[in-house]
Design a protein around this ligand. Structure first.
Ligand code: NAP
Length: 288
């Protein structure tokens, strides 16, 4: 990569950022489009977030992604936030234009776009079940409600977390059929019947010895099984569901499309999505 006096800088604020594959994905995309841009990871300690965000403008940085633990705490530091970021209370991309900072959330876009393009699945009027009520689940649940799902059931091992997320979704979308369910196996089994989509939004499945989340036999035969996990590409959930004949989708597409949307926000140019996905797959093979 050539860094010149003219190179426009983008990047990532997180803590830690050592594990991130976003620089590989974005820099490959800039190279593919022959654009004089670079993407740099910045390890920003929470106590320094305010100073780091304030520095974006004087340093001429055109935009950054925001990751754990800054997605919520960054909001009061911005001039403006997009409608979806306001709904979700979470920002993962800052756009710097004309001395102003605008926050966006592209995780939710990534989720819906991957379902549509890679899963051939439209959320509207569907009945969906989301396991987990953390950061990923927040994007999944709000986007599902925004897209007009008929039914949204949320379960988390921490019941209060599922309740809080369900209440937040209901407050924004009073007509959405939100239900909270216990993460207990017997209850899950009943609640999964009749769902069009099952989403694993927990980190369970990232490690080889992680427990089985659900028995795929509890799902409707036509259900799509979506795992937000992207590394490994095939979790135990997806492997077992596939073996039983279910359609499955991993989290790579969601990750790529959130990155592609951020790329477009930074540059105003359509992202080379295929190249971005290839780079991520290579990285995951190098770092299983
Ligand atoms: P998080 O904030 O820690 O949320 C996970 C939630 O799931 C927690 O509330 C956790 O409870 C709960 N949980 C754990 N085991 C459970 C189980 N067996 N049943 C029900 N709930 C359970 O994590 P996150 O940031 O949302 O990330 C979750 C996963 O999504 C990670 O693997 C991450 O890499 C992935 N992700 C993917 C994308 C993408 O673009 N594809 C984007 C964001 C995140 P405890 O806290 O008690 O464990």
């Amino acid at each position: 990569m050539k860094i010149e006096g003219t190179t426009r800088i983008t990047g990532l604020f997180g803590y830690p950022v050592r594990h991130t594959f976003s620089p590989a994905m974005h820099n490959a995309a800039f190279a593919e489009r022959a654009m004089d841009y670079a993407y740099v990871p910045f390890e920003v300690h929470p106590r320094d977030l305010k100073a780091a965000v304030a520095a974006l403008i004087p340093l001429g940085i055109v935009g950054v992604n925001i990751t754990i633990p800054h997605k919520e705490t960054v909001i009061p530091l911005l001039d403006e936030i997009s409608e979806e970021a306001a709904l979700m209370g979470s920002v993962n991309t800052i756009q710097v234009t004309e001395g102003r900072l605008k926050g966006h959330n592209t995780d939710a876009y990534g989720y819906e776009t991957s379902l549509r393009l890679e899963g051939d699945f439209e959320l509207k009027d569907k009945r969906i079940f989301v396991l987990g009520a953390g950061g990923a689940a927040r994007a999944v649940c709000f986007q599902s409600a925004l897209a007009g799902v008929a039914e949204l059931v949320i379960a988390d091992v921490v019941g209060a977390r599922a309740e809080a997320l369900g209440e937040a979704v209901l407050q924004a979308f009073p007509d959405c059929g939100v239900e909270i369910c216990s993460a207990d196996a017997g209850v899950l089994r009943k609640a999964l019947a009749g769902k069009d989509l099952f989403v694993n939004a927990t980190p369970i499945g990232m490690k080889v010895n992680d427990p089985q989340l659900i028995d795929a036999a509890w799902l409707d035969p036509s259900a799509l099984v979506f795992d937000v996990i992207y590394n490994p590409e095939e979790t135990r959930l997806l492997r077992e569901a596939k073996a039983q004949g279910f359609k499955t989708l991993n989290g790579i597409g969601m990750l790529v499309h959130q990155g592609a949307r951020a790329f477009e926000i930074f540059t105003g140019v359509a992202a080379p999505v295929t190249v971005m996905a290839e780079v991520l797959r290579e990285k995951f093979q190098e770092h299983p």
